[in-house]
Ligand binder design. Structure first.
Ligand code: BYC
Ligand code: FE
Ligand code: FE
Length: 475
């Protein structure tokens, strides 16, 4: 059941060949997907041989195979985590009942919406990153970018499979629409805000992989709790791949911090201008990137108080992070949660029904996880003897969704007027000249074992290979 059949055109562990109609439907979606990849996937890369991992098994040991692959020939497939025997619903009104193998009619619209929203982000990120292959700081980084890109493509397959298999004609139409909306398209944008922001440079790429892929981790983990078992199992396996994306983000930023410290050591100065003149990215600029990517990623969790989220929870469609590890009734009928709320010019903690605050609970778990990553970056600064520390801005800072969307909040968490906001905006968020400076550093460095001057090499390579390894062959 769980071994993956690679002799089929679409590798899968869902017995696709047993369902000819579905198989044909997906096979007819495949060429559309490939032309989308060709048009909006990584620019000019179709002939490259890339050292990539491909999933060959869904068990936790040895699930991936590494070899050179041309990306258009990557075996995008459909892989669900192994079924849990007698799995029971863990939360909401249906808690304790057996999980569903089919979509209940009354929840069809909600489930479709969740799956479409999740699916839409995957190709969006590939579109956002399509030009980064022209300027990678090393072959190692180039390969990691492509690994993420093919896996985000596979995540789209994962959602498209669910749409085709369980949502009939509507599902097929939604699958088409996944390739028709495009990141940043003024007429047909991607659904969620962060996925319409450009990713023009590698500092942005690493911050995106740290902050925005991490939203993916939390959303997928909540969907992995779903009573709709095919969705739960799909998301469970996607999480395995997701771990690498966040590793790329966290270690990428860490390596920039390290390199900046080395440069500051060499020049004996922490002055941003001098760090830049020496070819490094100053810490203040990195902090502005953190402020931006953190705030747009916080928006991805939705409103603080959401009846959508309450309904998803009550209907057992979308749970909380690690639902079974939480010690409560998993129905949230009488529970409350303290959440930061806007009260005129003040931000105060208010007790709210926990059911309405499910989005905020997930956002809180995410914030804690982000903070752990920042602590690790700060360790590098500490080790090098610098006082500077990265900090997450207040959750109300620079928000476009939820109650803070209509006010200006400083990184410290004070509601400020428009004038004060304008006075500080250049030190709080990336400016056009910051972006230009970062872009000016983006020069490809594609000699084996070489690396650009603004980032340190990784401590180890991929799959036991050294950093000095031809991870990408251009042909
Ligand atoms: N932008 O009641 P609310 C990933 C809308 S990332 C635009 O709070 P809800 C990845 C909302 O749709 C993970 N609109 O909404 C990462 C609603 O619209 P309606 C992606 C937004 O439903 C990197 C209205 O505002 N997965 O995998 O509770 C690379 C009221 O809001 C936004 C998912 O998101 C926004 N940011 O929460 C590759 C999981 N936020 O009803 C991949 C599936 C809210 O008024 N999605 N709105 O028309 C969901 O669970 C929910 O849709 C959301 C929103 C958590 C996103
Ligand atoms: Fe993904
Ligand atoms: Fe990802």
């Amino acid at each position: 059941m769980t071994s993956i059949n690679y002799s089929e055109r679409i590798p899968n562990n869902v017995d696709l060949s047993e369902n000819r109609r579905l198989q044909r439907a997906l096979e007819s979606w495949l060429p559309n997907y490939l032309s989308w990849w060709d048009e909006l996937g990584p620019e000019g890369t179709s002939a490259y041989d890339v050292y990539l991992r491909t999933a060959i098994d869904v068990s936790s040991d040895g699930w991936a195979h590494f070899d050179y692959v041309k990306m258009p020939e990557y075996r995008w497939g459909i892989f669900l985590a192994e079924p849990v025997p007698d799995r029971r619903i863990g939360f909401g009104d249906h808690k304790g009942e057996p999980v569903w193998q089919d979509v209940p009619g009354e929840y069809r619209a909600s489930l479709r919406r969740l799956i479409v929203t999740q699916g839409d982000t995957e190709p969006a990120s590939v579109e956002q990153q399509r030009l980064l292959g022209l300027t990678a700081p090393s072959l190692y980084d180039l390969r990691n970018l492509f690994q993420i890109n093919v896996e985000e493509g596979r995540h789209l397959w994962a959602m498209v499979y669910l749409l085709h298999a369980h949502f009939g004609r509507d599902g097929r139409e939604e699958a088409e629409a996944m390739l028709e909306r495009h990141s940043g398209d003024p007429d047909r944008p991607r659904i969620l805000g962060a996925f319409n922001e450009p990713t023009p440079d590698w500092l942005t790429m690493f911050m995106f992989a740290f902050f925005t892929d991490r939203d993916g981790k939390y959303q997928l983990a909540s969907l992995a709790e779903s009573a709709f078992d095919p969705l739960a199992r799909t998301c469970q396996f996607m999480l395995t791949e997701e771990a690498h994306h966040m590793f790329v983000g966290e270690s990428g930023v860490m390596r920039i911090v390290k390199r900046t410290c080395e440069i500051m050591d060499e020049i004996g100065s922490e002055e941003p201008e001098r760090v830049r003149a020496a070819g490094g990215i100053d810490l203040q600029t990195m902090q502005r990137w953190i402020n931006f990517h953190y705030s747009v990623s916080l928006d991805l969790f939705g409103q603080e108080l959401s009846t959508n989220a309450a309904n998803y929870y009550t209907q057992s469609l979308k749970g909380r992070f690690h639902e079974s590890r939480i010690d409560d009734d998993h129905r949230l009928v009488d529970s409350t949660m303290w959440i930061p709320m806007l009260d005129g010019e003040e931000i105060v903690e208010r007790e709210q029904p926990a059911l309405n605050a499910v989005n905020e609970k997930l956002r809180q778990d995410y914030i804690d996880d982000c903070q752990r990553g920042l602590n690790r970056w700060n360790k590098v600064l500490e080790k090098h003897g610098y006082q500077f520390r990265f900090a997450l801005p207040h959750r109300g800072f620079h928000r476009a969704i939820g109650q803070f969307a209509d006010v200006r909040v400083s990184p410290e968490g004070n509601v400020v007027g428009e004038a004060e906001w304008t006075r500080h905006a250049d030190t709080w968020l990336p400016t056009e000249s910051d972006r230009q400076f970062v872009r000016s550093l983006m020069k490809p460095c594609y000699e084996v074992g070489k690396i650009a001057g603004w980032i340190a090499p990784p401590t180890r390579g991929i799959h036991g290979n050294p950093f000095a390894f031809d991870y990408v062959r251009f042909n």
